[in-house]
Design a protein around this ligand. Structure first.
Ligand SMILES: O=C(O)CCC(=O)C(=O)O
Ligand SMILES: [Fe+2]
Length: 231
């Protein structure tokens, strides 16, 4: 499932992840797989996406302005994306990077989703994910300087009753990354406050976010209120 470039990069990815809770996987899939999946996604966004313009209370009232595809729409319209999520080989590669067990999340609506930012001011505001890891496969990315970058503060806890987003962002450090189309990045998203910075002009940013759980994630009850507010 993982490309040869991906496998060869694992030692470097492990080092990046240890240092920054983030690793960018270049050429995540072979070219033909990337392009056929991109075509599937474009088709799905064209016909079956929903526009969201909301503020999410559990992450401190931060904004979401984008189009989304729900998990079930992707499951029916794509062959590759569900296979990536279900692949034991993919999880084994991720385990080599993070050095612990990586598990598929049991809560179906969060297994994978797709978002597309395209209008000026579209943004995926500051938040934490419900599970430990996000694997974000980038299909379209604006030029750096037009927004759409990943920004994060690593190693800060999410307390939904008192999220303290402004405080964490002000204290920082805020790390910024601008992963390339065709790459995927792995982020320890359950303990990294993160966002996609607002688009400063109309530009295309399209991705699929897979969610993976740690052993401890599955030991306690997860709340799914923020995703329920979106779908
Ligand atoms: O689009 C991205 O790079 C991040 C997406 C994200 O944080 C999420 O879907 O939870
Ligand atoms: Fe996230």
């Amino acid at each position: 499932m993982a490309s040869e470039e991906f496998r060869a990069a694992i030692p470097a990815l492990r080092q990046s992840y240890q240092q920054s809770d983030f690793a960018e996987i270049p050429a995540f899939m072979p070219d033909d797989v990337f392009h056929s999946t991109l075509r599937e996604l474009e088709e799905l966004f064209h016909h079956q996406s929903h526009r969201r313009e909301v503020h999410i209370e559990q992450s401190g009232g931060t904004p979401r302005r984008f189009n989304t595809l729900a998990r079930d729409v992707i499951a029916q319209g794509s062959s590759v994306i569900p296979a990536v999520f279900a692949s034991p080989a993919m999880r084994a590669a991720l385990e080599e990077i993070v050095g612990e067990k990586v598990l598929p999340v049991p809560y179906e609506p969060e297994q994978y989703i797709a978002t597309r930012l395209h209008e000026t001011s579209d943004v995926h505001g500051w938040h934490w994910d419900d599970y430990t890891w996000a694997l974000v496969w980038i299909f379209k990315m604006p030029d750096e300087g037009h927004g759409g970058s990943l920004e994060y503060v690593k190693g800060v806890p999410w307390e939904p009753e008192n999220p303290r987003v402004e405080e964490y962002v002000a204290t920082g450090p805020v790390i910024r990354r601008h992963p390339a189309a065709g790459s995927a990045y792995l982020l320890k998203a359950g303990s990294a406050l993160h966002r996609v910075s607002p688009l400063s002009c109309a530009a295309e940013r399209m991705m699929v976010c897979f969610s993976f759980a740690s052993t401890t994630d599955l030991e306690d009850e997860r709340s799914h209120e923020s995703i329920q507010a979106l779908f």
